[in-house]
Ligand binder design. Structure first.
Ligand code: UT7
Length: 340
């Protein structure tokens, strides 16, 4: 779309034309080849397969060795575009959600843009940790609704294995690496029906990391690089408190009740958290698909990777009502209701 066309569209929005939304037209994902199961972890820290499965539901996770946050994102994006039947040249906006960008500058989204050859696209990163993909999806919606862009490629890509403390059994058992992407397009019916986003910066200390490995030899060469620190119980109770409330708020905006939702695609942090949310919403757990048993918690990649699996398995069908909800460090929490 040219600049003049864009300006005309912006003017027509100002004149009060109809509301727009975005529809997910294609999904894609990529996981590193190397898998680390609980038994292998038990050889590294004082834990067991039984404990991890019982307390989290996780059995295995993927860990990047040759792959990078960008290579995983590019692979996921290529698959999403292929799934949508679109080519990179038509992409107008690329949003990369990540909290594990390996380079400070340039941003991950620009590197992805370059690899894809998506020359027309504007590209930037967004860090809202585990809520990142959802916040990026909402950002794309806002751009489309404002008449600025017609489509967007949104990717959540993480290499958390490079940020976790592999000696801390309370955190290293949870996380995994991977990337998931969706290609969205403007639509006048369906798409996102309601969304909410909440942040609680005052609670940020319960899940944090004071470095992204950007150490300067001029400051302290021998300084140990700070790793992820987490008060697991606090994050757990934050999720059980905030996520059902956020979902109900988004459903209210969409004028729907919890039992009218076909699928709840939630951030894959812990099976017990998902079970607790289902219980609080009084919705049967069968409507809450999970893949964390195979991939662990992939932060911003969790929701789009699960969406891709469900899409490719034919479980997601056009017309279905789906709730997405992401939550985690920030503390941040978001939910949206979409008509698939
Ligand atoms: O995207 C958001 C990211 N974060 C999360 O989602 C984290 C949410 N929180 C959780 O998933 C859970 O709090 C954990 C899985 C992290 C921990 O489970 P928990 O049931 O809350 O355990 P806990 O921290 O209360 O610890 C209970 C016991 C402790 O031992 P003592 O003090 O009772 O003797 C821990 O030291 O379990 C011990 N423990 C372990 N034992 C074996 C903690 N981690 C492990 C482990 N293996 N990996």
């Amino acid at each position: 779309m040219g600049r003049t066309e864009r300006a005309v569209r912006l003017q027509s929005r100002k004149d009060g034309n109809t509301k727009m939304s975005i529809r997910i037209m294609g999904t894609g994902s990529a996981l590193p080849a190397r898998q680390v199961d609980n038994r292998e972890l038990a050889g590294m820290v004082d834990t067991s397969d039984e404990w991890i499965r019982e307390r989290t539901g996780i059995g295995s996770r993927h860990v990047s060795t040759g792959e990078t946050v960008v290579s995983l994102a590019v692979e996921a994006c290529e698959r999403a575009l292929e799934n949508a039947g679109r080519d990179a040249a038509s992409v107008e906006l690329i949003l990369a959600a990540t909290c594990t960008a390996e380079r400070g500058i340039p941003c991950e989204a620009c590197q992805v843009q370059s690899h894809l050859g998506a020359k027309q696209a504007a590209a930037f990163d967004l860090n809202a940790a585990c809520a990142g993909f959802l916040f990026a999806l909402h950002t794309a919606w806002a751009y489309v609704e404002a008449g600025i862009y017609d489509n967007a490629l949104i990717v959540g890509s993480e290499v958390l294995s490079k940020l976790v403390d592999w000696t801390d059994r309370g955190t290293c058992i949870l996380f995994g690496d991977g990337a998931g992407a969706v290609f969205v397009e403007r639509c006048s019916e369906g798409g996102i029906l309601g969304l909410v986003q909440h942040s609680d910066g005052a609670g940020g200390g319960v899940l944090c990391c004071d470095s992204r490995e950007l150490q300067s030899p001029f400051v302290n060469r021998s300084m140990e690089i700070p790793r992820i620190r987490m008060d697991g119980r606090e994050v757990f109770s934050f999720a059980l408190r905030q996520v059902p409330a956020g979902i109900l708020e988004a459903l209210e905006k969409a004028d729907l009740s919890p039992d009218e939702v076909d699928l709840y695609v939630l951030h894959q942090a812990n099976r017990r958290i998902i079970e607790g949310i289902a219980k609080r919403l009084a919705v049967d757990i069968s409507r809450f698909p999970v893949n964390l048993d195979r991939v662990g918690n992939m932060s911003s990649a969790a929701i789009p990777v699960l969406l891709d699996e469900l899409n490719r398995q034919g479980i997601l069908r056009r017309g279905m009502t789906v709730v997405l909800s992401g939550f985690g460090a920030g503390l941040s929490c978001g939910a949206c209701v979409i008509r698939w």
